[in-house]
Ligand binder design. Structure first.
Ligand SMILES: C[S@@+](CC[C@H](N)C(=O)[O-])C[C@H]1O[C@@H](n2cnc3c(N)ncnc32)[C@H](O)[C@@H]1O
Length: 284
């Protein structure tokens, strides 16, 4: 007799492959049954049909091989949104919500112009668009597949105030809108060192290098973005970037060297430096 409770006990088999074994098992089971986690907890004795059991076994063995749950189910929650994911870009992380939180706390104009560099699934741009319908947001990514994915997520979440473009950082903007200046630029760019051992462990093994690695010291993309942002921001405009836990000090120096003021770094939920922001001099 196979019940929800008996399948959830299988989570013990996942403990060496995942540090969230029970949650992963619940999410896979929810996906197979098309229910939420509350439903699972409410009906532990519910018996599964043979086809549902077979589907669970198929997905569970993929997780045992190390594949991230989000790639198995095809979706990941971020902020208030449920986003489709793909192996062509990063799975949105909870710590990136700190970029969104910081952006929403700024005293920006009602109808701000915003740019999200390296949008991936569209996570940051779409979360901001959902919270601030009057903002006009441009979201760019170098990878055509990521652009397609972000556009899909934009459509299914009904967010008409986002435009998704393929661009090598600022390149498409420089050509398309030389006169346009943004009130806010946000970015979670690649920031891992090329030889970092963490790339060989856990979920990141399944994510593309193009979304993770930025040169020998991990700072190539942050240097470019921080160095060039002032040319695309209006006076008193803000830049917010996510970075590695050990990059706070150097990123603050890069902000200051690029002319930013009020430069500050925020720690994530684990107490690690994660997000730095600063604004250009001037007033509205
Ligand atoms: C760390 S992922 C972040 C994705 C998303 N913003 C998030 O927070 O989940 C970095 C993204 O930057 C994109 N990227 C890398 N190099 C780029 C470039 N030269 N121009 C634009 N986007 C780039 C990658 O394709 C990837 O989607």
């Amino acid at each position: 007799m196979t019940t929800i409770a008996s399948l959830l006990q299988r989570s013990t088999e996942l403990q060496s492959a995942s540090d969230s074994a029970l949650l992963d098992t619940e999410l896979l089971l929810c996906h197979c049954l098309n229910v939420d986690r509350t439903w699972l907890k409410t009906w532990p004795d519910h018996m599964l049909q043979d086809a549902q059991i077979a589907e669970f076994e198929r997905l569970f063995s993929r997780r045992l091989q190390g594949e991230p749950v989000a790639f198995i189910t095809g979706t990941q929650g971020f902020w208030t949104l449920d986003l489709c994911v793909s192996p062509h870009t990063l799975i949105p992380r909870p710590e990136t919500e700190l970029v969104v939180e910081n952006a929403l706390e700024l005293a920006l104009p009602e109808e701000s112009q915003v740019l999200d560099l390296g949008t991936g699934t569209g996570a940051i741009a779409l979360a901001l668009a959902a919270e601030r319908p009057a903002w006009q947001i441009i979201a760019v990514d170098l990878q055509a597949e990521a652009v397609e994915l972000a556009e899909h997520n934009r459509e299914v979440n009904h967010l008409p105030n986002v435009t998704v473009l393929q661009s090598d950082w600022f390149s498409a903007l420089a050509a398309a809108q030389s006169e346009r200046k943004f009130d806010l630029i946000v970015s979670n760019p690649p920031y891992i060192e090329a030889e970092d051992d963490h790339l060989l462990i856990g979920d990141v093994r399944f994510e593309p290098t193009s979304a993770l690695v930025a040169g020998a010291d991990g700072l190539d993309d942050l240097r470019l973005i921080i160095g060039q942002s002032s040319g695309f921001l209006r006076q008193a405009g803000w830049l917010i970037v996510e970075h590695g836990y050990n990059q706070g000090s150097i990123v603050r120096d890069l902000f200051t060297a690029a002319g930013f003021q009020s430069v500050a770094t925020q720690a994530d939920y684990n107490g690690l430096d994660r997000v730095t922001l600063g604004c250009l001099p001037g007033s509205y």
